[in-house]
Design a protein around this ligand. Structure first.
Ligand SMILES: [Mg+2]
Length: 503
């Protein structure tokens, strides 16, 4: 994942403009400037006037002089403005400073209004020339589309007062093969002890993806469209043809409320269970179960439903997760993927005045160990992950957290000792409680809050349905798809060109 990182990079690439406006004096620095390629001069209409000049031999290589004054590299934490000159802290005073300083001339404009009235293509060209001259990396969302944020509807971040995060697979990213592969091994071992034919089975994460649905009755894995109609299906590990799908499902609408038949794969944690189920459906079909043909446990024929129950029991989430988390705490480096951009992003959001929340079902010891491992190293000296959040809630018991008012405890010691409390306060570390309690404690409600998580139902659907919180879903699976789309851009352009020629 990494969707949250766009803002940071955008800020980084534009910090020279911020620095320019900070220097209201407009004074240039010695030693005398050396003119760069001159590309920018053309945008002003006055080829004699070098607008961007790089200083050589100064104490900072990234120091420039523009018609607006000295532009120099600044520390990340000092750069708080986006490329439109708008501060992320909620007002527009920087635009006025830009106007006063005359930076608009850099783009060949006569006034700030020119940003609206000039045709887009020339403006983009001028902007690109400035960026090239300043050696700023290309547009981030174009060069790293897998790191961009995508919206399915309008979201004005200025109106968001509070951003909440889930922990597992949201703030902490695991190596799916390592984590789910280990869970799978636990499951296989438990089944082996029951006499299930698991020899030679290997974890294959490419077999299954989140968002698919297990059909426990027919031993299939299906993909449905938005209307609930089955579009593609796999029996065991084999894709089904169109005719087979039609015979099995026809116009049947999959109703996920029928939990006796369907299991929706909500999280990456469901992957190991689905992989094992599919592989064992193959074995059951091949008659590999010695007690399958002659009578399963209790003397009955083993059905796909029975097989699913066995797999689910062997991979009983709480049990397996408990074991796995014990291993992870001992050696996080085996499972956790570090990402410095994550810490920067949270700092960026915190510095822009948002209240920050962490709401996780994991316990305190686990949360604390993993957050310290993945974040403290990327934070400024003396700062820890706790300083990022206005409130931390562990063992939140989502989805109930979004539906009921549960008892609230305050975590009072580093080893996780708790005491009951009646109300939460900003700055606290709690266990349990409810979404209602968070709203009351922080004085926010409904769409003041953006909640970011990876669980399609709990994190995204319930928070929205019950509390009208705005929601963002982390979809790692889309990274490859988005990347492929970006790489296919020239082909699509060519196709468009050819289609235009078609008579
Ligand atoms: Mg999660």
């Amino acid at each position: 994942m990494g969707a949250q990182c766009a803002a940071v990079v955008q800020r980084r690439r534009l910090q020279p403009f911020h620095a320019a406006a900070r220097d209201d004096s407009g004074a240039a620095r010695a030693p005398p400037p050396r003119t760069t390629e001159g590309a920018l001069a053309a945008t002003t209409g006055d080829p004699q006037l070098p607008l961007v000049t790089q200083l050589e031999g100064g104490d900072k290589a990234d120091t420039f002089v523009t018609s607006a004054g000295v532009v120099q590299d600044v520390e990340e934490e000092d750069a708080r403005f986006d490329y439109l000159g708008e501060t992320t802290e909620g007002n527009l005073h920087f635009v006025q400073r830009l106007k006063r300083a005359g930076v608009v001339n850099l783009f060949g404009l006569e006034s700030l209004e020119g940003i609206v009235t000039t045709d887009l293509e020339s403006l983009q060209g001028a902007v690109q020339e400035v960026l090239d001259c300043l050696d700023v990396p290309p547009d981030y969302s174009t060069s790293r589309p897998d790191r961009a944020i995508y919206c399915s509807r309008t979201l004005n971040l200025r109106s968001i007062k509070c951003i909440g995060f889930d922990l597992d697979y949201t703030l902490i990213h695991y190596d799916v093969d390592a984590w789910e592969g280990r869970a799978y091994e636990y499951g296989v071992e438990a089944l082996r002890q029951l006499g299930v034919p698991v020899e030679g089975l290997r974890f294959d994460s490419s077999l299954v993806i989140r968002g698919l649905i297990m059909d426990k009755e027919l031993g299939n894995l299906i993909k449905v469209d938005r209307f609930g109609l089955v579009k593609r299906a796999m029996h065991g590990t084999h894709m089904m043809g169109w005719q087979d799908i039609r015979e099995a499902y026809g116009r049947e609408v999959v109703n996920l409320r029928n939990e006796g038949r369907w299991v929706f794969l909500n999280t990456l944690f469901s992957i190991s269970e689905a992989v094992l189920f599919c592989q064992l459906v193959d074995r059951l079909d091949q008659g590999a179960f010695s007690f399958g043909a002659g009578g399963g446990p209790g003397g009955s024929q083993l059905t796909y439903q029975g097989l699913y129950r066995m797999v689910a029991k062997a991979l009983y989430r709480t049990h397996v997760e408990g074991k796995l988390k014990g291993e992870i705490i001992k050696d996080p480096s085996r499972f956790v993927e570090l990402d410095p951009d994550m810490a920067r992003t949270l700092l960026d959001q915190r510095d822009s005045g948002k209240m920050m929340l962490l709401i996780t079902n994991s316990d305190y010891q686990y949360t604390s160990t993993l957050m310290a491992y993945a974040y403290d190293r990327f934070l400024p000296d003396g700062m820890t992950w706790r300083d990022l959040f206005d409130m931390v809630i562990v063992m939140a018991r989502k989805p109930d957290f979004f539906s009921y008012n549960m008892s609230l405890y305050e975590v009072v010691t580093e080893d996780g000792l708790m005491r009951p409390v009646l109300a939460a306060k900003r700055g606290g570390l709690y266990c349990g409680g409810s979404a209602r309690m968070v709203e009351k404690a922080l004085g926010v409600e409904g769409d003041d809050i953006l909640y970011v998580g990876d669980h399609i139902y709990t994190d995204a659907a319930l928070a929205k349905i019950n509390f009208r919180w705005r929601t963002a879903l982390i979809l790692r699976e889309l990274e490859e798809e988005v990347d492929a789309l970006a790489r296919g851009r020239p082909h699509r352009a060519k196709l468009k060109e050819l289609m235009a020629k078609k008579v």
